[in-house]
Design a protein around this ligand. Structure first.
Ligand code: ATP
Length: 356
């Protein structure tokens, strides 16, 4: 396999006046990957994408595409295409002409344009829409036209800036799956900007979680979710029951509650202030196993949401944990707690993460 990354950012910064939108970013994106830049509003995702695309120049560092330094080159001299959130289709042109627009401008022969546009419309499942106008299409269909228009140029890298943000939730979920399938089919490297952690987890081969212009953690969706490296990543990726305390001899004495066994950690000095996190779905309410960390608390809230029920359990005054249970056992449905009961719960020690 080709080891040269499709995209490399080498110490890239972008400074506006006296603040950094992006700060000394080092990043390698492997060819053929679906790579997501994930983070809250203002963390520098779009700025990073714009620097890869050539719409903005870094104030420091370099951008490499397939090993070639392209820092300072304009967008049209880079083998990348961008799909923006606003699809920016031409309403006076047919769908086929919208998709073929770039090829026509580059002087590609008519027969070839027709063939490549046809293939692309097939790929995005819009084969019957070639002669329609953009305004007669739904949001999801227009999104696919924008995708076809970008892919028809066969870029090495496709940049996507929150392309699904304008769609309603159901269509968005459907397009997430479709977009991932299309990416696999064409094998082009996708760099995808989103602030939606579920979206990033669902679609990506790799995720970079950004915060205040820096990367907090890069990894597979599973790495990021199961082994968050920082408190920020743990709290940004779903519900994480963050607690704070002091580490000593394989235990964390919680500020507001009991001591939790976390295993001996050679990398953390005794007496260090740490955060611990246990995901809601990793907490058991029945069928306990030997070796589990067992605690008890009071049910304060029961939230039924179809397939699952979330219990808010008060472990100590001011310390409430969220516990997610599948609604499988009929017995449990019948005697689901309603509030006020004292219950036992537990987790496997390895699911209690310590974040220094
Ligand atoms: N042209 C500009 N001039 C000054 N500051 C800017 C400019 N563009 C972006 N910024 C600032 O840089 C920071 C990062 O912006 P960026 O658009 O990259 O964030 P983002 O993560 O994409 O956010 P969002 O999800 O809201 O689009 C923000 O604080 C923003 O205000």
């Amino acid at each position: 396999m080709d080891a040269t990354p499709a995209v490399r950012l080498d110490g890239v910064s972008k400074q506006f006046a006296d603040s950094y939108a992006v700060h000394r970013l080092d990043l390698d994106i492997e060819a053929g990957h679906f790579y997501s830049l994930l983070g809250p509003s203002g963390c520098g995702k779009t700025t990073t994408l714009r620097m890869i695309g050539g719409f903005s120049d870094p104030t420091e560092g370099s951008v490499l595409l397939a090993g070639e330094d392209v820092t300072g080159l304009p967008p049209n001299r880079r083998n990348v295409n961008t799909v923006f959130q606003s699809y920016a289709l031409f309403d006076h042109l047919s769908i086929a002409d919208n998709v073929g627009f770039g090829l026509k401008r580059r002087g590609v022969a008519r027969a070839e344009i027709r063939q490549r546009v046809g293939e692309m419309l097939e790929l995005v499942q819009l084969a019957g829409f070639a002669d329609r106008r953009p305004r007669t299409l739904s949001g999801g269909q227009r999104q696919r036209v924008a995708l076809a228009r970008a892919l028809v140029n066969r870029p090495a890298v496709l940049l996507l800036d929150e392309p699904l943000a304008a769609l309603d939730l159901k269509l968005r979920r459907q397009m997430q799956v479709e977009l991932k399938q299309i990416q696999r089919e064409v094998g082009i490297t996708f760099v995808f900007v989103t602030h939606d952690q579920d979206e990033a987890l669902t679609m990506s081969d790799r995720i970079a979680v950004m915060n205040e212009g820096r990367i907090e953690q890069c990894g597979t969706p599973e790495d990021i979710y199961e082994h968050p490296a920082t408190r920020f990543v743990a709290s940004f990726m779903g519900t994480s029951n963050l607690m704070t305390g002091t580490y000593r001899d394989g235990e964390v004495a919680l500020e507001k509650g009991p001591a939790l066994p976390v295993g001996t950690r050679s990398d953390i000095a005794d007496g260090s202030a740490v955060s611990v996190s246990v995901r809601p779905e990793k907490i058991w309410l029945s069928d306990f196993e030997p070796g589990m960390s067992m605690l008890s608390g009071v049910i304060r809230e029961t939230v039924y949401s179809g397939p699952t029920t979330t219990y808010l359990i008060e472990l100590a005054p001011g310390l409430t944990l969220s516990v997610l249970e599948q609604n499988t056992a009929r017995a449990r449905m019948e005697d689901r707690w309603s509030g006020g009961e004292t219950v036992e719960f537990g987790w496997r020690p390895e699911h209690c993460l310590v974040l220094a």
